[in-house]
Design a binder for this molecule. Structure first.
Ligand code: FAQ
Length: 325
């Protein structure tokens, strides 16, 4: 097999055999691994999605993190600490997965803090009460599970394998959120009101997490053909609604959608339309907390510069001492 270089700055033309091997691997539901040839568009799409996902986990530490010092008991503080730490871990697995595609972690971080790469819209909403911590676990981790369990079968091996562990932890996060809300619902009237208020504020943004509707999703068709994404944005949104409605009934809260009702013919719930203009506004940086989230991320990155410098110096010293290590 040979490849032909057309120009210095253009990638080599793939041989037909390489393309056919890639197509057959996808068609047979086998995994593409870092050593395999892959089309440049496939690699770029993966770096885009995995980086956005990693950034979301890292920025996603902020809304709940704000409550660590204000958690109402030592037990709740320890649980929240562990959850936020898990999110940092998820970000690190995902940056590692992006590195297997040739991306550079420092460059990805620069792209985030310079606003050149996105992170999930959901993390641009404020956490106004401790009930928000429970609702984030229930809705946001619940939505993440619906979206990410199918990614465990994504065609790119390192991403799919990272998702297995991440999904296990997200399931635990969702349960802790629901358990917290159950506890609050068994409490005082004002605690029940706090839960309902948090549900009202987080429901629609959670539906928006799945992305724009299918007919306005420019990336879905190609990502699904490559089996990076296994289901469309609307299909996953529907699954989330169907999963969450009985949980809301059990909890004793009302989901804030007058159009939400069971459709016996479809065997699924009908529901109202999210405010897509709001989603676009938040994605473009105009959400309630975008500026604050980015400012905190930038200052955390600057504050951590000395750690990165020390770690690099230490690694260089070790390499000089143990050249084969
Ligand atoms: N927010 O053509 P599509 C979590 C962008 S992790 C911001 O449909 P695609 C854990 C999209 O990037 C949550 N941007 O795009 C946790 C694209 O822009 P581009 C993150 C959005 O990629 C829990 C454009 O709009 N999860 O929650 C959003 O096929 C609790 C057009 O959209 C993942 O990243 C949005 N909501 O589908 C942490 C999962 N939606 O790049 C802490 C993996 C769309 O062309 C606490 N990602 N955009 O300029 C995915 O499944 C997909 O990337 C989608 C978007 C479904 C998010």
């Amino acid at each position: 097999m040979t490849t032909t270089h057309l120009a210095e700055d253009s990638p080599p033309e793939p041989s037909q055999a390489l393309q056919e091997h890639f197509d057959a691997t996808i068609a047979h539901d086998q995994r593409i691994e870092p050593r395999d040839w892959m089309p440049e568009g496939y690699r770029k799409t993966l770096v885009r999605q995995i980086a956005q996902h990693a950034h979301s986990e890292i920025i996603g530490m902020q809304p709940e993190g704000e409550w660590i010092t204000r958690a109402p008991s030592l037990r709740r503080k320890a649980i929240l600490f562990a959850k936020v730490q898990d999110e940092a871990g998820h970000g690190l697995y995902l940056y590692s997965a992006a590195e297997t595609l040739g991306a550079d972690r420092a460059d990805l971080t620069d792209r985030l803090i310079e606003g050149r790469q996105k992170y999930s819209s959901i993390f641009n909403y404020p956490t106004l009460s401790f009930a928000d911590v429970g609702v984030i676990g229930w809705f946001v981790d619940g939505a993440a599970i619906c979206n990410q369990v199918p990614l465990c079968r994504s065609s790119y091996g390192p991403y799919a394998r990272a998702m297995v562990r991440i999904c296990k932890e997200e399931s635990f996060h969702q349960r802790q959120g629901y358990e917290l809300l159950m506890t609050m619902m068994r409490g005082t009237e004002s605690q029940r009101e706090m839960v309902q208020d948090a549900v009202n504020r987080w429901w629609w943004p959670s539906l928006m997490m799945f992305g724009p509707p299918d007919d306005a999703s420019p990336n879905s068709a190609q990502s699904m053909a490559w089996k990076i994404k296994r289901h469309s944005n609307d299909e996953l949104r529907q699954r989330f609604v169907d999963m969450t409605v009985p949980q809301a009934e059990k909890l004793g809260v009302t989901l804030p959608d007058p159009d939400l009702e069971w459709n016996a013919e479809r065997g699924r719930h009908d529901f109202g339309t999210p405010d897509w203009d709001e989603l676009m506004q938040v994605i473009k940086g105009g959400g309630p907390c975008n500026a604050q989230r980015m400012e905190r991320r930038r200052s955390a990155h600057e504050d951590g510069a000395w750690v990165r410098e020390a770690a690099t110096a230490h690694a260089a010293k070790r390499a000089r001492k143990e050249p084969s290590a």
